[in-house]
Design a protein around this ligand. Sequence first.
Ligand SMILES: C[S@@+](CC[C@H](N)C(=O)[O-])C[C@H]1O[C@@H](n2cnc3c(N)ncnc32)[C@H](O)[C@@H]1O
Length: 224
Amino acid sequence: MNSPLDSDLIKCILAEDDAGFDQIFPDRIRALSRVHWTPLAVVRKAAAFLVQTPRTRVLDLGCGPGKFCIAGALFTEGSFCGVEQRRRLCQIAWKIIKTQRLANTEIFHAPINALSFSNFDAFYLFNPFAEHLPSAVQDRIDDTIDLSESRYDQSVLHVSTELRKAPWGTRVVTYCGSDDVIPSDYECVVGDLHGKLRFWEKRANRKDSGQEKSMEVMSALTTL
Ligand SMILES: C[S@@+](CC[C@H](N)C(=O)[O-])C[C@H]1O[C@@H](n2cnc3c(N)ncnc32)[C@H](O)[C@@H]1O
């Protein structure tokens, strides 16, 4: 059953009111939201694409304090899991999930590399590994993580290897980059926000069904 606060959060999601939704976070985490946590307008589109049935299990790779998972679970019937390397961010997410008594939302404290993707149906990435690149130094969340380009390469390799093992029809959304993790048998069926938001699907035969599928997905997303 939803807690009373859930209805306020759902109103924020529907109104795409990020400032209102972000009140669930402590000040310092809220201040990071504009750059590091997914905007609600993006959560709505991505979650609607990823959740195909009430049994869909979505994994947010690098979930931060859980904004995408919490909003996605409130907005759809799917289950949302997040994996996050920073314990402090996990603790914030765990506290919100507990106090709001949120169902269908779970957060793991672990590096992405520790996780097999076989328990999940769909995947979301908001540029999780960019902080390892020199170009992102000024936008770091904090200095608790050792950064290196070799960790970037290992993480990209792990994600692309796991996605390659996933069954046909697996859906992935990438926001602000992260395309380098997408294996070649995934097709970008729709792009949005000038290409910053991309919707991918693993295809057995990309050429045959691509255009038809793009039209179908496009029309589903425009009704949101
Ligand atoms: C840009 S934030 C996105 C947060 C969240 N997905 C959202 O959309 O609101 C990227 C997050 O990925 C986490 N991250 C980066 N590399 C990771 C790794 N190898 N394992 C687990 N988490 C990681 C970072 O700590 C950060 O919280």
